[in-house]
Design a protein around this ligand. Structure first.
Ligand code: AGP
Length: 594
């Protein structure tokens, strides 16, 4: 998730922009840049840290400027792709957070009209569009440019000869910091808190101009009055958006992350999925490779692929695959890794490539090592994840796997239509679950008192049970195991006692009858039983001690909604135990050693 900042006032802009960008470092970034403005523009940008960039800068005579931390989505991390982007004349500079869906069309048209592009980014089109429309005020040029843009954005635009900034937002956050004879703008509150705690939250469709003494907000061409809020948070609290831990914040970011992963790929008119990724011709099977949570995502992906495409699909733990003697014939190898840096997954995909497999990487990090190895890449666009426990990167991997399966030629039209429609509604259903987490919180706190917990599921929710157990063990240190519910009687039954709670991931699908039979078997052993169940399930409460209800979705999509419930369950158990949730002991976010 990129971060943007802007300053206009009486003080030197450079140190304020540097400090504000550093306050946004928690969002993660791969490159950064600053444009200083006053009669002409000076732009400084590079890959790497803000501290390194700023140590080379001395331009202190400016009292207006903009800055950016980039989390690559289009084009690798590089100096050319870093923001700010400028127009052909070098007199207009733009920073952007978001995704411009129609940038390829716009770019082609602008090149035809004589514009020269210097980067691979979607964002650069905004600078050229503003240049194209810059006849009157900068404000009207920005409005005209945005009228041509489809997608999501938070932007700040400055021009060499203009003494104000123009800012706008659509589906990406942007706040204005209101100071005394100075004003700021940023993606998030921490960036302005050192200078002011008076903040205006812009709304979708807002366009504002900010000079040193004025802030004017309009929407649809009409001036708007927006409230100025007082922020009572410390910087640290503000970086977590008011959440106690990054993990909880990231769990709550999932509706937005899912929307971003789906953005531009679904057409509801005639249910279609177009990813711009080619399924290699003549393949006989699919092999999915991954580790940890990503491995659990691939276990779900296997079932999705087989249900939708009929293509034989197998899954291998990357760490095991590197020692195996696999047979790959005409196999499409899909490696899934949020970081793109997991050593085992990198070694596994290299081995698969050597054996002749065509490869695709599903990752959250543009420019990561795996993107340089795989033949093709699909980016999950979840934004940076700070907490060690995978949450939004996991659910967006699932979305990526659904999309890949749906983009397959020959998926049955009726089935496709149902899944596409339900995928489109998924983010709002996850939001509904998150809006009412009190029941899950209470159940999580109850689990905190136990030393062992079992998770069970069947069919597509078996890997969800594995993921629920992994989440609980890694952040709360409670011993937890996930099982296919039908497997308990083959050994794990020996563990069932009134001191071993079981979390049952229930679904209204073809596993229903056998799952209920398994639940009854567990109950007979007197283990406390908690079910995660569809809100339309009127029967489950007869068999279990407690039920957490989740919004109903198409059976194939239940792993997303059920996993979010289990993430919360683990979070509140760990919270009750007072664990260091974001940095669990002995674990690292990227496991770069084999
Ligand atoms: C899960 O919460 C962990 N962070 C871990 O299992 C992780 O999924 C695994 O290390 C794989 O990481 P990757 O997705 O970056 O390859």
């Amino acid at each position: 998730m990129c971060g943007i900042v802007g300053y206009v006032g009486l003080r030197p802009a450079l140190p304020i922009l540097v400090n504000s960008l550093q306050r946004l470092e928690y969002r993660g970034y791969d490159s950064c840049g600053i444009a200083l403005c006053g009669g002409h523009l000076e732009v400084f940008k590079d890959t790497g840290r803000i501290g390194d960039l700023s140590s080379q800068l001395t331009s202190n005579g400016y009292s207006m400027g903009i800055g950016h931390t980039r989390w690559a989505t289009h084009g690798k991390p590089s100096q050319a792709n870093a923001h700010p982007h400028t127009d052909c004349s070098g007199r207009i500079a733009v920073v952007h957070n978001g995704v411009i869906d129609n940038y390829l069309e716009l770019r082609t048209q602008l090149i035809r009209e004589g514009h020269t592009f210097r980067s691979e980014t979607d964002s650069e089109v905004i600078a050229h569009l503003v240049e194209k429309h810059h006849e009157g005020s900068l404000e009207s040029a920005v409005a005209a440019a945005l009228a041509e843009v489809k997608g999501s954005y938070a932007i700040i635009v400055v021009a060499a000869d203009c003494q104000y900034m123009v800012v706008a937002r659509h589906e990406n956050p942007l706040i204005i910091g209101v100071g005394y004879r100075e004003n700021l703008v940023a993606s998030d509150v921490p960036a302005v808190l050192d200078y002011t705690n008076k903040v205006i939250y812009l709304e979708d469709g807002d366009l504002a101009t900010e000079s040193r003494n004025t802030v004017k907000v309009s929407s649809g061409g009409k001036e708007q009055k927006r409230n100025c809020d007082h922020i009572p948070w410390s910087i640290e609290e503000a970086q977590k958006g008011g959440y106690e831990h990054f993990m909880l914040k990231e769990i709550h970011e999932q509706p937005k992350a899912i929307t971003e992963t789906l953005r531009g790929y679904l057409s509801h008119v005639e249910p279609q999925v177009n990813l711009g990724i080619e399924v290699p011709a003549g393949i006989d099977d699919v092999l999915l490779l991954a580790c940890g949570s990503s491995y659990h995502a691939t276990l779900i992906g296997k079932q999705v692929f087989e249900a939708l495409t009929g293509m034989p699909t197998r899954v291998e733990m990357a760490s095991e695959f590197i020692h195996a003697s696999p047979v790959l014939r005409r196999t499409w190898v899909i490696a899934v890794t949020q970081s793109g840096e997991t050593a085992d997954t990198l070694m596994a995909i290299k081995k698969a490539k050597m054996l002749g497999g065509k490869t695709l990487a599903v990752t959250n990090v543009v420019g990561s090592s795996i993107t340089r190895i795989a033949d093709q890449c699909f980016y999950t666009r979840a934004g940076p994840e700070i907490s060690v426990a995978a949450t939004k990167t996991f659910t967006t991997q699932l979305i990526a796997l659904y999309l890949l399966a749906l983009a397959w030629p020959d998926v049955g039209a009726k089935f496709k239509s149902t899944i596409v429609q339900d995928l489109g509604r998924l983010a709002s259903k996850v939001q509904r679950l998150l809006n009412d987490e009190s029941e899950i919180a209470q159940q999580g706190e109850t689990l905190a008192a136990f030393d062992n917990v079992l998770f069970v599921g069947r069919g597509i929710n078996y890997p969800v049970a594995l993921e629920g157990a992994l989440k609980l063990k890694e952040i709360s240190y409670i011993h937890a195991e996930g099982y296919a519910a039908g497997e308990l009687k083959h050994g794990p039954f020996a563990l069932l006692t009134p001191r071993t709670p079981v979390v049952a991931v229930a679904a209204l699908d073809n596993t229903r009858e056998s799952f209920l039979a398994n639940i009854r078997e567990i109950k007979a052993r007197e283990s406390p039983l908690l079910a995660i169940a569809d809100e339309r399930d009127t029967e489950i409460n007869k068999y279990v001690d407690c039920v957490v209800r989740v919004p109903g979705v198409e059976p194939l999509l239940t792993p997303v909604i059920n996993t979010v419930a289990l993430q919360l369950l683990a979070y509140f158990a760990a919270w009750k135990r007072g664990c260091e949730i974001d940095l669990p002991r002995n674990l690292a976010k990227s496991v770069t050693v084999p």
